[in-house]
Ligand binder design. Structure first.
Ligand code: HEC
Length: 142
């Protein structure tokens, strides 16, 4: 009787551990696609986000080409907002909410860029980057 209880407790702890590992795996890579979350972050998210922030921090694009580049950066960040929800990667509501904020914030950036409204773009960039923070606080390195 006692032995059985110990074995049972061991199994429950083991299952919880396995579930925890599965959750981390899910966040760091989807189920079938090849790109790791880290690679999406370092290769798409970070370069486009920092270039966009720099383009509107106390300044604005100098010419049409600059505005087009900003539109491309906002569009790619919006796309990542969908990617993060695909392939079984999303573990919980915090993640889903941050991905939604990323999509909505980047859509507002794209809208402002279309109107060449630098002040509105800057505000929307702030909304967009709040998504980075909320997801990272809950999930990065955890
Ligand atoms: C929905 C969740 C989520 C959102 C939103 C998010 N990230 Fe991440 N990010 C992660 C996770 C999870 C990791 C850790 C991945 C790992 O180490 O496997 C990460 C890691 C990173 C890294 C480190 C990459 C490396 O080489 O180790 C950078 C840089 C980064 N994110 C930038 C950003 C920026 C910029 C934004 C916002 C524009 C953002 N992230 C939004 C989940 C998110």
């Amino acid at each position: 009787m006692r032995k059985r209880a110990v074995v049972l407790a061991g199994c429950v702890a083991g299952a919880a551990l396995l579930a925890g590992q599965a959750l981390v795996a899910q966040k760091t890579k989807g189920k079938t696609r090849l790109a790791a979350t880290k690679q999406i972050m370092a290769g798409i998210m970070q370069p486009n986000c920092s270039a966009l922030v720099a383009a509107f921090k106390g300044t604005s694009p100098a010419d049409d080409k600059g505005w087009q580049t900003a539109a491309q950066q906002a569009a790619l960040l919006n796309e990542v907002g969908y990617l993060l929800m695909d392939d079984g990667r999303c573990p919980d509501a915090v993640w889903a909410g941050a991905a939604k904020t990323l999509r909505e914030g980047s859509a507002a950036v794209l809208d402002a860029v279309g109107k060449k409204d630098a002040a509105a773009a800057n505000t929307a960039i702030g909304t967009m980057t709040s998504a980075c923070k909320s997801c990272h606080t809950a999930h990065k390195g955890k």
